[in-house]
Design a protein around this ligand. Structure first.
Ligand code: FAD
Length: 476
């Protein structure tokens, strides 16, 4: 089986398939020279315990039936010129099965005036990638040094990660694996006030209690009280998790708004309508205008919103839009008979991870057929939501479908009983020079050791390489 992507979805599916089918061999293709997807480039640096899943992935990689093929992107033109690229067609020819587990590498946009033209507006994906050493974001250098007011648009856990990194004591961050280039800028940041803005109220927000609690506990960071009318007086009317979350929000922080050097707030019922440039520097963002919304059913977690006709502006020296990640189709999908649902940003599948083609849709139902041997898992299967644990559950469901199909003798990419699939050797023959710079697991371990050594010198867990060239340079 070829696996496209080395994040949690790829590793957990590989693990389950290899456990249940003792003859299964897995080749894992990863666009970067380094594995682990968002566990490395998404999870916040001050959450090292979340990265413990890497130990499981290392276990999987130690099997003689597993091969890591890093620095080789499947089907997408590489962003770095040192990176290899192979066609999906080639994988489909040389494996029995292909698992698409390549996550969500783009971000959703707001599509409002000023978003693409003004300086100082970043996606949370770029900012997170920047402080976590994702090569394509390493040159972001967000304009924090002269900024005091930050606006984060979105109220999910990623938005709270961004808020925490902006507000956290720099000495706490120094002990994490945050990149040195991010530390250099964050240590000069003058951000004093962070607005975390949502279209709806706190009851409808997507963040979870752990992330809110962490923000409330930051020393010297105050929380501006939330609009009390958006939370029911009788908290018992809420589901248990929501009730506990509202208690934390109502309790707020120990630091006082009047005296704390930094503060943050949840700004609710605001839908962004345009960004405004400054008077002195019209090319830089200086404000965000919002339509003031009202909830149709304030305490219902599924409440919708209506515009009130009023607008409100927030000063914004810097803006982060955190409205979600987005998966994209690989260019060869159509030619290979794989359908991609552009509106949901997922590979069409039967919910169990089998890629499907919709043949016909009538008013009530659609007729689908399976694309033999092609599967999907993780964010590219069910959309860019969910934590590592839910991605694992989802990967196990896909693995079960693969195993069942194999045992039941279903059709795969190659005729059953043929000579064994050529796998990587076949792909290499087809793709020639595009595979020359591939990185094996042992070579990744060399990069890993070099990063840890670099970190040791700085008193931290690791100092990540932030570009492909430097990663490849340490490979002997
Ligand atoms: P990914 O992890 O994105 O892995 C996809 C991999 O595919 C990447 O390595 C990518 O480089 C590779 N790839 C992409 N295109 C190609 C291609 N064409 N060819 C080859 N390889 C390709 N969950 C938690 O449990 N706790 C947290 O604290 C937490 N924090 C998060 C913070 C952020 C900012 C984000 C965005 C997510 C966070 N999550 C957290 C969620 C968690 O990271 C995801 O649930 C999980 O990583 C999704 O796994 P995946 O394998 O589908 O995708």
């Amino acid at each position: 089986m070829a696996v496209v992507g080395s994040g949690p979805a790829g590793f957990y599916t590989a693990y389950r398939v290899m456990t249940k089918l003792p003859d299964a061999h897995v080749d894992m293709y990863e666009a970067l020279p380094v594995p682990f997807g968002l566990v490395r480039h998404g999870v916040a640096p001050d959450h090292p315990e979340v990265k413990n899943c890497q130990e499981k992935f290392e276990d999987v990689a130690s099997s003689p039936r597993f091969r890591f093929i890093g620095n080789v992107s499947v089907g997408l033109c590489s962003r770095a010129k040192e990176q290899g690229m192979v066609r999906l067609r080639s994988l489909m020819q040389h494996y029995d099965a292909v698992l698409l587990a390549y996550g969500a590498s783009e971000d959703k946009r707001l599509d409002i005036p000023g978003e693409s033209t003004l300086n100082g507006i970043y996606s949370a994906r770029q900012f997170v990638g920047w402080y976590n050493g994702l090569p394509e974001c390493s040159s972001l250098d967000p304009a924090l040094v002269n900024a005091q007011e930050a606006v984060i648009i979105g109220q999910g856990n990623v938005a709270l990660d961004v808020a925490r990194i902006l507000l956290e004591d720099i000495n706490v961050l120094r002990n994490t694996d945050i990149t040195e280039h991010a530390l250099a800028i964050l240590s000069r940041s003058r951000i004093k006030r962070v607005h975390v803005v949502g279209r709806r109220g706190p009851v409808q927000a997507a963040f979870t209690i752990k992330e809110v609690r962490e923000l409330m506990k930051l020393a010297s960071v105050a929380f501006h009280p939330v609009d009390r009318s958006l939370i029911p007086v009788d908290l018992k009317s809420l589901p248990r998790a929501s009730k506990r979350l509202m208690e934390v929000i109502l309790k707020g922080s120990e630091a006082l708004v009047e005296s704390a050097p930094k503060s943050w707030s949840l700004d609710n019922c605001l839908a962004p309508s345009r960004f405004l440039g400054g008077i002195q520097s019209p090319e830089d963002v200086a404000g965000t205008e919002f339509n003031v919304m009202k909830l149709t059913d304030a305490f219902n977690p599924l409440s919708k919103t209506m515009a009130t006709g009023q607008t409100l502006q927030l000063p914004s020296d810097v803006v982060f839009r955190s409205v979600g990640y987005k998966s994209v189709a690989l260019p060869e999908f159509a030619a290979m008979g794989i359908q991609f649902d552009e509106s949901r940003g997922v590979v069409n599948n039967d919910g169990l991870g089998r890629a499907t083609q919709v043949l016909a849709i009538d008013q009530q139902t659609s007729t689908c057929q399976q694309v033999p041997g092609v599967y999907c898992a993780g964010w590219v299967k069910r959309g860019p939501t969910g934590v590592i644990a839910s991605t694992m559950q989802d990967a196990f469901i896909t693995a079960e479908a693969i195993v069942q199909d194999w045992i039941s003798g279903a059709e795969f990419l190659r005729p059953k009983g043929d000579t064994p699939a050529q796998g990587w050797n076949g792909v290499r023959q087809d793709e020639g020079s595009h595979t020359e710079r591939s990185v094996s697991w042992d070579q990744w371990l060399q990069i890993d050791r070099a990063e840890k050594q670099g970190g040791k010198e700085l008193g931290k867990e690791r100092e990540k390489f932030t570009n492909t060239r430097d990663m490849l340079a340490v490979i002997q």
